[in-house]
Design a protein around this ligand. Structure first.
Ligand code: DCP
Ligand code: MG
Length: 356
């Protein structure tokens, strides 16, 4: 069945928030990011600063050179998160079929809301004006029959735009699209493709499925489909997931703490990578063991902040292990679970973890 998917993405999100909160910054080239001249990286730039060529992920040093009059501002994640929550509440007043992708963008499945009297475009426009009324910020939206086309559409006419891709214009749009703008084609793939002469969606369209599979392995088929407007329309609605856990059963009962803790550390890393994949973090860590005679014991603990890194999970798991494991009672199974999950919407935390 045909679906109507909206992708909504805030315009120059962090920079726009800074301009909204500090009116003297409005209309000026604002660059948000790590201010360390040597190691800082630009998180985003206002549209005024983009005219100078400044963009996300650019070294702060380069941004200074391109835009010496730029106003460099430190990010305030808590504030962005607060606004993101307000925007999310607006989404929820329309539908609970929401798939957030980061603090400033999400997919909404509005299939059920569309009627003869209410087009998908008018719904998107209503959501965008409500966001503007309640937060003072502009956004752009894309509407289509699947997710990746909606995402392409929202980026086509930024800022303050509402763009529809449908069966009548899809191929025309995809053919002209620079290859790097296809979702899933990152910098590395883009360079590889350009090296092979694939510069636009049309170039991609002209390559056979077999050749794409030969050159790009498993992704070949998805690229073939993407050149043709074919993609998934199912949203991943995360709220249903209650916990992420991993456990191991030993092939013999174990009693050696350092050996068992080694396994627990590996399990923590696996849980962490699962949480990272899903942009989740959780406030409760549980460690479970099963003794040689099949008795199960578990202990859990609330964390200070939602955890998702291997190090943090293992930190709690380590302490819990010592509470639950009895001396001289060998165990046959150990597991670690993170629950009380919430969506972790920070992007590029690693940059800000280290460079400020
Ligand atoms: N961000 C970041 N590092 C990046 C890309 C983005 O920290 N490499 C942050 C800052 C952005 C926010 O995420 O404000 C949203 O990212 P977008 O890609 O949506 O970029 P913007 O919203 O800033 O601009 P626009 O969507 O108008 O192109
Ligand atoms: Mg954005």
């Amino acid at each position: 069945m045909e679906k109507r998917i909206i992708h909504i993405d805030m315009d120059a999100f962090y920079a726009q928030v800074e301009q909204y909160d500090n009116p003297e910054l409005r209309g000026k080239p604002v660059i948000v990011g790590g201010r360390s001249f040597n190691r800082g990286v630009v998180a985003t730039a206002s549209y005024e600063a983009r005219k100078y060529g400044v963009h996300s992920a650019m070294p702060t040093k380069t941004a200074h050179k391109l835009c010496p009059d730029g106003i460099f501002v430190h990010p305030r994640f808590e504030r962005y998160k607060e606004i993101s929550g307000q925007v999310r509440d607006i989404f929820l007043s329309y539908t609970d079929l929401i798939e957030p992708l980061s603090l400033d963008e999400a997919y909404l499945d509005i299939t059920e809301l569309v009627s003869k009297e209410r087009s998908s475009r008018s719904i998107a426009l209503a959501i965008q004006s409500e966001i503007f009324e309640k937060t003072g910020l502009t956004s752009s939206s894309g509407i289509s029959y699947n997710k990746y086309l909606a995402k392409i559409a929202s980026g086509m006419n930024k800022p303050k735009a509402t763009t529809v891709i449908d069966y009548n214009n899809v191929l025309e749009i995809l053919h002209e699209l620079p290859i790097g703008k296809f979702p899933g084609v990152g910098k590395v793939t883009e360079e590889k493709m350009i090296g092979m002469g694939i510069k636009t969606g049309k170039d991609l369209y002209d390559i056979s499925k077999n050749d794409l599979i030969l050159k790009f392995g498993k992704r070949g088929e998805s690229l073939y489909n993407k050149a043709r407007g074919i993609g998934t329309n199912e949203l991943t609605v995360e709220r249903e997931r209650k916990s992420v856990g991993k456990e191991t059963t030993f092939n013999y009962d174990r009693n050696d703490d350092s050996e068992i803790l080694g396994v627990l550390e590996e399990l923590s890393a696996k849980v962490s990578s699962r949480l990272l994949d899903k942009s989740l973090a959780g406030k409760v860590v549980t460690v479970k063991i099963k003794t040689g005679d099949f008795e199960s014991h578990s202990k859990q603990m609330m964390t200070m902040d939602p955890v998702y890194t291997a190090k943090d999970i293992y930190h709690y798991a380590y302490n819990l292990y010592h509470e639950v494991k009895e001396e001289d009672v060998p165990i046959r199974l150990i597991g670690v679970t993170v629950s009380a999950l919430e969506t972790r919407l920070y992007r590029n935390m690693t940059i800000y973890d280290f460079i400020m």
